[in-house]
Design a protein around this ligand. Structure first.
Ligand code: AMP
Length: 248
């Protein structure tokens, strides 16, 4: 039996909304693959929340909470935060009312234990079908270029890059005008470590989801809108087979 289970952290208490299927989309991919950008766009279309474990952790670091102080140096080194901490954070998030009809996970699961924990949690829910897992594939050379030019808004976490997604006014967030900053963990040395950790962890996760026949790979090395269109097409195709995803 899996030792780490989301329900241990209180995630079993979520309310179901009557008659609504529960939709869970997981977007996997290495740092710089565009997970955050794609998840935001898809979340707006599906009208379900986008949950980025990295964003939640960075928010803790910015606010210097006890969690933030604990994870700061781990994140700066490019390593993964312990499963127990991430699972309790996720359990707290997915039990909020806005997740009752589903959610999109970005940056989770990062380990097989996290994937198994999510399975246990979802299988305990009556109307939930297996999550749809989409993996963005981007060559390392493009990833390193993207990470080197990535700037984020410290207020809303919108992500920009000089080449593929420049802001309207360079240095300022389009959404709220906040000056953009580079992420400390996007520095080359840390970025390389994060890519190494990703490669180490991803095979067992892919193997895990291949068993459920719900994992698909797509080419993420294209224009942002082209990738979004393909993700939405996959979701639509799947929703014609399983009434779990409906584009509203
Ligand atoms: P991301 O924004 O997804 O690139 O995540 C930034 C950093 O947050 C990672 O390098 C990890 O240190 C930490 N992190 C985010 N999600 C997870 C997770 N599911 N498990 C462990 N660590 C995570």
């Amino acid at each position: 039996m899996n030792e780490i289970c989301l329900s241990q952290y209180g995630a079993g208490k979520i309310d179901e909304t009557k008659g609504q299927p529960h939709r869970v989309l997981i977007v996997l991919g290495p740092p710089g693959a565009g997970k955050g950008t794609q998840c935001k766009k898809v979340a707006e279309t599906l009208r379900i929340p986008h949950i980025s474990t990295g964003e939640i952790l960075r928010d803790h670091v910015r606010r210097a909470t006890a969690t933030g102080r604990r994870v700061k140096s781990i994140m700066e080194s490019g390593d993964l935060v312990p499963d127990s901490l991430v699972l309790s954070m996720l359990a707290e998030r997915i039990t909020q009312g806005d997740c009752a009809n589903g959610f999109i996970l970005d940056g989770f699961p990062r380990t097989r234990e996290q994937a198994e924990s999510l399975d246990l949690y979802l299988s305990a829910r009556n109307r939930t079908v297996a999550p749809l897992v989409i993996r963005l594939v981007v060559p390392q050379v493009s990833l390193l270029k993207r990470l080197a030019s990535r700037h984020i808004c410290p207020t809303c976490e919108a992500s920009y890059s000089e080449t593929i997604q420049p802001p309207r006014v360079w240095g300022k967030c389009d959404v709220d005008g906040t000056p953009l900053t580079a992420r400390l963990d996007d520095r080359r040395e840390t970025a390389l470590e994060r890519l190494r950790v990703y490669e180490e962890q991803i095979s067992p996760i892919i193997a895990h989801y291949k068993k459920c026949d719900s994992a698909l790979e797509i080419d993420g090395d294209r224009l942002v809108d082209d990738v979004t269109i393909e993700i939405l097409r996959i979701i639509k195709n799947r929703s014609s087979r399983v009434s779990a995803f409906e584009i509203q």
